[in-house]
Design a protein around this ligand. Structure first.
Ligand code: GUN
Length: 306
């Protein structure tokens, strides 16, 4: 029994990437070079390594030149700062991101603060955070929340006057998501793993954004019937931790047999039976995040060139 409309991030991201390709090509014709994205990876965190590989691949598919810097895990903060400074001054580089999380020994805040705000395609620099909070129009926005807004727009879902509940308060997703929805006139509640009676608050949501990083934490029973459910979570779930309805899904069983885990979101997938709209994991928000990164890179390139 499936009642929700599935919002396909895979399809919408293809549309975004098509737009990016056109804009990258136009930029190239006009300026004699492609937009450029530099990606700095420190260490060998397996998830970060996969994400960075996909970002570099997306550049190739989008007509964006990529500059990849893979540094050893014990690289000191000062050395990373030096590399960021070089990339800030490199005219071929329009967008610059440092993949997070950085190793514990690295001073993450000083690294993020050192990125030229005009090249900050992640939207993590305090200047860009401030502009976003203020509601400026022309700002480099964090990719995941911007991707979620694009999904809502593509589905014709207007946040105006709706109750939006965000589970998760990270700087990367929860906080900027709250401001983007607020600027579109939603009434926003931010909650998190320590919110009392979380289920009751979640049940209030017309638009629910789950970005807490805990596999299957939001249960089907927590979802307001007909709600828009946006699942930002990407978690590895092993067979041992999987509840019965996951073990009964043949695609998941295939994943367990092949990889030893399956990717699940923060929302239990049977919530699809009560939601009005639903973003699957995988194939929901993930591809949108990467597509918006490409869109931000072209945007930064155009702003820098004008
Ligand atoms: N790690 C997890 N998500 C992100 C992201 O959007 N940008 C960067 N730089 N690192 C991340």
């Amino acid at each position: 029994m499936t009642s929700a409309k599935i919002i396909s991030g895979t399809e919408i991201s293809e549309k975004v990437l098509g737009e990016v390709r056109g804009e990258a090509e136009a930029f190239r014709s006009r300026h004699g070079r492609s937009p450029g994205l530099a990606v700095v990876l420190v260490g060998d965190d397996p998830a970060s390594t996969v994400y960075v590989r996909m970002k570099i691949r997306d550049c190739g598919l989008s007509g964006i030149e990529s500059f990849s810097h893979h540094l050893p895990g014990d690289t000191p903060t000062e050395e990373i700062l030096r590399i960021v400074k070089d990339l800030n001054g490199d005219d071929r580089v329009d967008g610059l991101l440092v993949q997070l999380p950085l190793p514990d020994e690295v001073d993450t805040v000083s690294i993020l603060d050192s990125i030229d705000p005009a090249k900050d395609v992640d939207g993590f620099h305090p200047v860009n955070v401030g502009r976003l909070v203020r509601g400026d129009r022309d700002v480099l926005m964090p990719c995941t929340p911007a991707g979620v807004m694009r999904m809502l727009d593509e589905e014709g879902i207007d946040p105006h006057g709706r109750r939006a509940v965000i589970v998760g308060r990270s700087d990367i997703v929860g906080k900027p998501m709250a401001f983007l929805l607020l600027h579109r006139h939603a009434t926003v509640t931010i909650c998190h793993s320590r919110t009392p009676d979380l289920d009751r608050t979640v049940r209030n949501a017309d638009i629910l954004v789950a970005a807490v990083g805990r596999p299957l934490m939001v249960k089907k029973e927590w979802v307001n019937p007909g709600a828009v459910v946006i699942d930002v979570g990407v978690n590895q779930l092993t067979r041992e931790d999987a509840p019965g309805h996951i073990l009964e899904d043949p695609d998941r069983v295939k994943d367990f047999d092949k990889k030893g885990y399956t990717l699940v979101g923060d929302v239990s997938p049977d919530a699809v039976e009560v939601a009005g709209w639903y973003t699957p994991v995988p194939g929901g928000v993930g591809p949108m995040t990467r597509a918006i990164l490409m869109a931000n890179t072209v945007k930064a390139a155009k702003w820098r060139a004008d």
